[in-house]
Design a protein around this ligand. Structure first.
Ligand code: NAD
Ligand code: UFG
Length: 336
């Protein structure tokens, strides 16, 4: 298939490009580089042996999108572009709603005008809020999102479901990611957050490389096996392959389809720290800090629907995630 990848220069997008090309798909990227670097695309070209056509276009730029869609006929779009920092979204709600919601509305409109009504959307387990059932299946009701970022994901899901109800030509796959970490095993592409990392694994790797002195563990009094928060970490290469598998749903004209992408395993913050230490032979100093506002105790998926319907299952475990996160960080201490 020929696929438009929005946000393709970013962390998950770049890994997905590698897997899409390995599976024989043709890809074209648009990205405004607001949270990425075009070097990631050079590295993708190096890994795939293919030049990936790239347009520096903002998804809010209707004319820019029109130009790309006039130059190419796409079978589907995989839509990663958006802002994703939870804390920043609380500080800048307007910017988040405008970029993520207006941007996606413009993209959807231009797509339908060009007759492309197939989209895979990056959603998040954050839409479950404080989940009513663990492990979380797709049947679990959506919950209250405590931040504007999460609201944009939840609202965009609703918007796309309404559009599909009104126009059955749309095929829309909503992928709810759990916690993506790791990097391509080559160490050539990975995640490099701006400023102080919000997320656990980038913080751990920055402690390991000596950029930060110690990890703060946000709370050790949760009702979990060691008191620290439990999450479903998933290797980004597995997540990327989940998008290749999701194209099967598009091919069989799924209408609306929702899948969790996770491993189904929950690990605590301290499990991540001790596994990282063991696999990489590096000590991670840490201290216990108060709970972080908005965090929940436990969140992990029931990923069986994706296995049953798409034949997709995560292959990598926490050890490989820790190995590959470190391999990327140590070889690219300043990112790209
Ligand atoms: P990322 O920031 O690395 O990638 C997003 C890309 O989109 C960046 O390259 C950025 O430059 C681009 N972008 C942002 N706004 C744009 C716009 N208006 N026009 C064009 N390009 C724009 O983030 P990521 O971790 O790769 O996440 C990809 C998607 O997955 C996002 O939608 C994110 O919300 C979602 N997601 C991520 C996680 C996670 O933990 N990383 C979890 C759940 C969902
Ligand atoms: N944590 C720490 N110290 C840190 C960072 C995190 O102890 O410095 C803890 C958190 O309290 C939590 C766990 O590590 O218990 C994971 O935290 P992350 O920030 O890495 O991930 P979250 O589960 O909070 O959220 C992430 C993304 C969301 C996304 C969600 C599900 O930030 O946008 O995964 O995909 F919605």
């Amino acid at each position: 298939m020929k696929i438009l990848v929005t946000g393709g220069a970013g962390f998950i997008g770049s890994h997905t490009l590698v897997e899409l090309n390995a599976a024989g798909h043709e890809t074209v990227v648009i990205d405004n580089l607001s949270n990425s670097n075009r070097k990631s695309l050079e590295r993708v070209a190096e890994l795939t042996g293919k030049e990936i056509p790239f347009y520096e276009v903002d998804i809010r730029d209707r004319e820019g999108l029109n130009r790309v869609m006039e130059a190419h006929h796409f079978d589907a779009c995989i839509h990663f572009a958006g802002f994703k920092a939870v804390g920043e979204s609380v500080e800048k709600p307007w910017e988040y709603y405008e970029n993520n919601i207006s941007g996606t509305l413009t993209l959807l409109d231009v797509m339908r005008q060009h007759g492309c009504k197939n989209i895979i959307f990056s959603s998040s387990s954050t839409v479950y809020g404080n989940p009513a059932i663990i492990p979380i299946s797709e049947e679990c009701p959506k919950g209250h999102c405590t931040n504007p970022y999460g609201q944009t994901k939840s609202m965009l899901e609703e918007i796309m479901m309404d559009m599909q109800k009104a126009d059955k030509e749309w095929n829309i796959v909503l992928l709810r990611y759990f916690n993506p970490i790791g990097a391509h095993p080559s160490g050539r592409i990975g995640e490099y957050p701006n400023g102080i990392p919000n997320n656990l694994m980038p913080y751990v790797t920055q402690v390991a490389v000596g950029k930060r002195t110690e990890l703060g563990v946000f709370g050790n009094d949760y009702p979990t096996h060691d008191g620290t928060g439990v999450r479903d970490y998933i290797h980004v290469v597995d997540l990327a392959r989940g998008h290749v598998a999701a194209l099967k749903a598009i091919e069989r004209k799924c209408g609306i389809a929702i899948y969790n992408l996770g491993t189904g395993q929950g690990y605590s913050v301290l499990d991540v720290v001790t596994t990282f230490e063991k696999v990489n032979g590096i000590k991670i100093p840490y201290s216990i800090k108060p709970r972080r506002a908005g965090d929940i105790a436990t969140c992990y998926s029931d990923p069986s629907k994706a296995e049953k319907e798409l034949g997709w299952k995560a292959q990598y475990g926490l050890e490989e995630m820790c190995r590959d996160s470190w391999n990327w960080q140590k070889n690219n201490p300043e990112g790209y």
